[in-house]
Design a binder for this molecule. Structure first.
Ligand SMILES: C[S@@+](CC[C@H](N)C(=O)[O-])C[C@H]1O[C@@H](n2cnc3c(N)ncnc32)[C@H](O)[C@@H]1O
Length: 240
């Protein structure tokens, strides 16, 4: 997969692309990330990429020409152009999974008061990372890139991505590590039992319970399949 990030602050991304999982994914060839300075596409001799809004109002707006030229230069047959904007559809794990299967993504970060609206005709998708307004699209671009890249096959241990919260529509079960007991805080016995059938069933039950407790809104879209329900029943019986 290739990700082009168009921004007026390419330096913002340097630690991001050079740290942890993203660095490894790049080094192992799972992803190529190009940081594209929007100013490299402007025809303005002072490298200006913003101007005042027609009709008046506060702040500056990113001009159409460099955005249009950047898309024209970067877009290929299999590219998806994504505009980061608080006006977009909410980005979520389902969208991350869908995007992780693509060959080429172009992420366009805004700044100031946003974009000249004419650019909207040249993008495939507008995405928001939440119902709040950030100063620029750099953090949203990193959030998207990170969520997408970790789902590219091979980047993570397959099981790790598959059992993450939200990936299957539920929150992940609680996890514990050593020591098994500290100041009277004990790890649930079932996890020390060595019985993997029982552990799986306990984890599935905890996933459902956690989701019900913390994010009941997720359950309205969740399809309870028979195996899960029967596993819960199994665990209930074993707990009696
Ligand atoms: C200060 S915001 C501009 C907001 C714009 N005036 C509006 O009301 O829609 C500057 C840039 O930050 C990015 N941005 C801010 N909040 C965002 C969010 N929740 N999701 C995605 N991008 C966001 C966008 O790229 C946006 O163009």
């Amino acid at each position: 997969m290739t990700i082009d990030i168009v921004t007026i602050f390419p330096d913002f991304f340097k630690p991001f692309v050079e740290t942890s999982m993203i660095r490894k994914a790049r080094e192992h060839g799972y992803v190529t990330i190009h940081l594209r300075d929007l100013r490299d596409y402007t025809k303005d001799r002072h490298r200006k990429v913003d101007d005042t809004p027609y009709g008046g109002g506060a702040g500056m707006v990113l001009t159409f020409q460099p955005l249009y030229d950047a898309i024209k230069a970067l877009k290929g047959e299999n590219s998806k152009v994504i505009l980061l904007t608080p006006q977009g559809r909410l980005f979520d794990q389902r969208r991350a999974t869908e995007l992780s299967e693509l060959e080429h993504i172009i992420l366009i970060s805004g700044h100031y008061e946003g974009f000249d609206a004419r650019i909207e005709d040249y993008v495939d998708l507008e995405l928001s990372i939440g119902n709040f307004v950030l100063t620029g699209g750099e953090i949203p671009a990193m959030a998207l890139a990170d969520a997408i890249i970790r789902l590219v096959p091979g980047v993570l241990h397959e099981e790790s991505a598959a059992t993450d919260s939200l990936q299957q529509g539920l929150l992940k079960y609680p996890q514990y590590t050593k020591p098994a007991s500290y100041l009277g805080h004990d790890v649930p016995d079932v996890l020390l039992s060595g019985n993997h059938g029982l552990i799986d069933a306990w984890r599935k039950r905890k996933s459902v319970e956690r989701t019900l407790e913390k994010r009941p809104d997720l359950l309205k879209d969740y399809v309870f399949d028979d195996p899960i329900v029967s596993l819960i029943e199994e665990v209930k019986k074993s707990c009696k």
